[in-house]
Design a protein around this ligand. Sequence first.
Ligand SMILES: [Fe+2]
Ligand SMILES: [Fe+2]
Length: 241
Amino acid sequence: MATINEIAPDLFRLSIYVPEFDMQFNHFLVRDEEPLLFHAGFKKMFPLLRESVATLIDPSKLRHIAWSHFESDECGALNDWLQVAPQAQAVCTMVGKLVSVDDFAIRPARGMTADDVLTTGKYRFRFHRSPHIPHGWDAGVLFEEECKTLFCSDLFHHFGDVAPVTSSDLIEPTRKAMRQMQQGPLAGYMPYTKQTEGVLRALADSKPEMLAVMHGSSYRGPCAGMLQELAGVIKATFDQA
Ligand SMILES: [Fe+2]
Ligand SMILES: [Fe+2]
């Protein structure tokens, strides 16, 4: 079973720690009239994750399955969820829909543009396009406007089987994790581009009050400063000749 914590009202973090990577894989369930899962997870984690989701809602009632960018830990089990939940729809950026998902998935995705709002009942979600941040042409991050939660995928990733939520600054653990990743086979996984600072500044301008982090602790507190600081950390780590 995943480790489940309600980290904000109706927002559940379902965490699966993989000791070989010393890394958590976190999935977020929003329990609302139209339940939403952020991160479908790896295919191989699906049985465990479905069992864990079933302790919170009937998995067949899932309506929205969203993620940041087309990668197995983000959406590998998408088709398993679409089969279990006949009314569920994949939700991703328009680029994601057009370049990968509508071919990969058993049903067409909802491709979100900057103007689109997804309402699940009490909660309202908007996708912010963030090409190549953390990585992938199709990348985006999801922002919930009522509680001001930013579902930020691999941004602020850090290692360890850490607490579900922290109010301690995530910059140092993130910097350390990025340096460590740069020493291994996945080096170069987060490009620094001319757009990096602008995208992170725009995310900071939406003044998130919680970061739902895919790998590591989620963060509760004012997030704008950390988002702006992250641009400098990405530059220092990845902008190398
Ligand atoms: Fe990723
Ligand atoms: Fe990830």
